[in-house]
Design a protein around this ligand. Structure first.
Ligand code: GLN
Length: 543
């Protein structure tokens, strides 16, 4: 039997529901259960692909090519379970499906309504493809009381009723704020938010209370009494030293025990937490540190590079060093900031993925600095394209090299991809194609050159990595770029799309067209990040 855990949030947003869901899933997994986590997003965009990173943070891409909420990245990093398109649904997608069906006449003359049509669609999404699972955790985005999330609340209320008794529970994440002037933790916001929830017909089984101070027993009992839960099911959730400390911490507070007890499974085996203990040992006891300069565009909002930040951290775990990330706004170099002064203290330079011309000359100048000064360089997606343009301009004698993404150019070293093969057959695009969901998305295989640097790093010649791009390096320039020392060491299996470039004569210089950060895990750091940080450690001994 598949059991369901519905996770809602109250009082304020940004309580870390995603991390909580990921940590609970990790704890259940550590007890031997098979888990999957799903996210319901109440906004009306069909997916977050067209939203600015400033609005929404990073767009997390799955193997099957879905552009999803960044919480799915947490889910994968904590459980190792590859997320799928069917694990993230927005209200926009639900309505899109229903309206398409209505236009086709599939409702046979019925009036199409929120209840039952929208709620049925949400329930179908929650319960699809769950045969091989012990637990499905469903996180509802937003905060109880939002107008937008009402259909989702109603759907989980109904589903709880549709399922067998004891087959589903509700976990509510709330805030217990500390009022410094009174020196007290306040339980009223939690009481109010549970009241909002019960007015929707949902009685939480477990309350996870985010708090900055220890939750005294008296307050725990008070919350229990007013919110109609047992005192042991009021779980304090204080800020953790690291996100990877959260599973152990919640376990110590009894979260997984209470969840299993709510399902009547109190006798489940204890979790094996060795994996998390080892990660925390590496995280808290580093043997050195390195500083990586990330030269990008969305440096004002860390969520915009969430997976990248985590993957750099994982590279540090692999090498037992602390990784300090310095976020550098590429545009400042175009406005006169001293590039050498900013980049000289860095042990590695990374140009991440991105869109649009803003800051691109600053990124290209940063690639040049890394190349000329022998500083480890990692270019990801747009970063690889910038490395190719830099190489073309400064090592291949093509001074006008550019990308068609930035406007018309006589030397399109990077250009729009118009055709490529996917598992669904030949894909075609033009400059007029819709922006939403039409990039080259998801996992694609690549072939590495046998004796290349990257083949050595991966230890294999055939890889599969996740993509999200509309432009590609133009293979027609390969010979000239290679003469300039920039070697094409990874290609799509048909040999048409460049996937990896490297400079073998440099201490560490790799550009990849895909996003390796999306597949890195704390317990399984991505080889490219592990190797890049290893090179940065060597560099730190030189400067
Ligand atoms: N803007 C570039 C493209 O579409 C790179 C995209 C990215 O870095 N994710 O190809």
């Amino acid at each position: 039997m598949t059991r369901y855990i519905f996770i809602t949030g109250g009082v304020v947003s940004s309580l870390g529901k995603g991390l909580m869901a990921a940590s609970l899933a990790a704890l259940l997994q550590a007890r031997g259960f098979r888990v999957r986590i799903r996210k319901f997003d109440p906004y009306l965009n069909v997916d977050p692909g067209t939203m600015s990173p400033y609005q929404h943070g990073e767009v997390y891409v799955t193997d099957d090519g879905a552009e999803t909420d960044l919480d799915l990245g947490h889910y994968e990093r904590f459980t190792g379970v590859s997320a799928r398109q069917s694990d993230n649904v927005t209200q926009g997608r639900v309505y899109q499906t229903i309206i398409q069906r209505e236009r086709r006449g599939d409702y046979l003359g019925a009036t199409v309504q929120v209840i039952p049509h929208v709620t049925d669609e949400i329930k179908a999404f929650a319960t699809a493809d769950t045969d091989d699972l012990d637990f499905v955790l469903c996180e509802i985005g937003g905060t109880v009381g939002d107008i937008e999330s009402l259909p989702f609340m109603e759907a989980i209320r109904q589903l709880h009723n549709d399922l067998d008794r004891g087959q589903s529970i509700f976990v509510h994440v709330t805030l217990v704020p500390y009022i410094a002037a009174a020196g007290e933790l306040k339980t009223k916001p939690t009481q109010r938010s549970v009241r909002d929830l019960t007015s929707l017909g949902i009685q939480p089984d477990i309350l996870l209370c985010r708090c900055e101070h220890p939750l005294p027993d008296s307050e725990r009992r008070k919350i229990a009494l007013f919110c109609n839960v047992r005192p042991e099911a009021v779980i304090p959730a204080r800020d953790a030293k690291s996100i990877y400390a959260v599973p152990e911490q919640y376990h110590a507070e009894g979260l997984d025990r209470e969840v299993l007890r709510a399902f009547g499974m109190g006798d489940a085996p204890p979790p094996k937490l060795d994996r998390w203990v080892d990660i925390m040992d590496r995280q808290l006891n580093p043997e050195g540190e390195v500083t990586i300069g990330v030269v990008g565009k969305y440096v004002g909002l860390l969520d915009a590079y969430k997976s990248l930040y985590e993957a750099l951290n994982h590279g540090g775990l692999a090498n037992r060093v602390k990784v300090n990330v310095k976020w550098i706004d590429a545009e400042l170099f175009e406005k006169g900031d001293d590039l050498a002064a900013s980049l000289e203290p860095m042990h590695g330079i990374l140009v991440p993925g991105g869109f649009g011309v803003r800051g691109s000359e600053g990124k290209i100048a940063s690639v040049r600095f890394a190349r000329e000064r022998n500083v480890p360089f990692f270019g990801i997606c747009l970063g690889m394209q910038m490395a190719c343009i830099e190489g073309a301009r400064n090592t291949a004698g093509i001074p006008d090299a550019s990308t068609t993404e930035f406007g018309e150019t006589s030397e399109p070293v990077v250009g729009l991809i118009t055709e490529w093969m996917s598992t669904e057959g030949l894909q075609k695009r033009t400059a007029e194609t819709d922006l939403g969901g039409t990039m080259r998305l998801g996992a694609y295989p690549a072939k590495l050159t046998g004796n290349s640097v990257v083949a050595g790093i991966y230890g294999v010649d055939d890889i599969s990595e996740r993509h999200r791009h509309r432009y590609e390096v133009n293979a027609g320039y390969r010979e000239r770029l290679e003469k300039g020392g920039l070697i094409f060491s990874g290609m799509s299996p048909d040999g048409t799309l460049p996937e990896i470039v490297e400079r073998p004569d440099h201490p560490w210089f790799v550009g990849v067209q895909f996003h390796p950060e999306l597949k890195s895990k704390p317990f399984d750091p991505h080889p490219l990040f592990a190797s890049f940080i290893e090179a940065a450690v060597k560099q730190s001994r030189l400067v």
